[in-house]
Design a binder for this molecule. Sequence first.
Ligand code: GLY
Ligand code: MN
Ligand code: MN
Length: 385
Amino acid sequence: MHLLGRPGGEPGEVFAFFEEKQEKRLHKVRHGMEQSEVDGLLILSRPNVRYLSGFTGTSGFLLVTRGSAFLFADFRYRQQAREETPGFEVVDIKSPGSFQEAAEVVLDHGLGSLGVEEAHISLREYSQLKKALGEEIVPVPLSGTVEAVRAIKDRDEVEQIFAAAEIADGALREVLPLVKPGVSEHEVACELEYRMRRGGSERAPFDVIVASGARSALPHGVAGGKIIGEGEPVIIDLGATRGGYCSDMTRTFFVGTPDREQEEVYTRVLHAQEAALEHLRAGLSGAEADRLARGYLEDCGLGKYFGHGLGHGVGLEVHELPTLSPRGKDLLQEGMVFTVEPGVYIEGWGGVRIEDLVVLEAGGPRVLSRKEKSLESSILSRGVM
Ligand code: GLY
Ligand code: MN
Ligand code: MN
């Protein structure tokens, strides 16, 4: 666990700091468990496991009860589990995915009910779990208990996300001179990935999107072999990872001078994003936030081309809560980190998306991505970067 900006560095101090943070997180999760009326919660999602325990292994799961917290890990992770998870009792399991040991803890502790993360268990695992628990306890499917806590970031998490955003910003600036006619989308994507890794990114949170010409109408047009042509729009969407935390940013460029229609669509999308950034506040629902940009694009006659939500939370996962979309019911709160990414995609013509990462503060959103986004800065032939 990286603890940016913290004094000291003695293992004891670092653990003490992390345990305090862990306690707060567990307290909130236990509150969620109370509301769902379960005595225990089985946590299988990797980011949720990491968030609550600090454990970075790629296998293993947690059981949180009202008074205790357990990490179940097999032989491969025993040492790592004990080193990374102060505050958790580490229980050895005989083989990866075995629920036998967890069922014994559940029964020994006399738990009356057990919640299970329904979105993170396969049908096979579910039947194995039911078998291990026997007749007495039927698992209760739950969703979002830990994710709701993760949606509000603390200072250290925002620092990590900002560090990831800085890496992506830097890589984009370095690689932009390469984006010109005759270069393939794939070459641009490879350079971006390489520069982000060199810049300190731990992994790519998603495949870099480089979508040029008519392909820019594909919202998730992962880079292909297509050669970038003169006058084409190019959507570049990239993210880095730092301390496990992701970033996510998109810019749209024109290789050559954009025509009037391209300029107009770009300007409309930029205005839609600015309108959203200006009016976003804690207390708005995800749907109300989405409307800030969508309403503007609808007024311009472009609403039907904005086929996805305005944004999504970003943290240990690149897509997490909150959801800013016409279906977003949850209220935005201070400390949430999310994207603001209106886009217009017109089949056969191309697309424009402008995506920034923000942290919601008392006065409104603070933008974490720094790359310019004026129309002028999107025109690569003019050499303004
Ligand atoms: N990079 C994927 C997204 O913006 O959601
Ligand atoms: Mn995004
Ligand atoms: Mn993106």
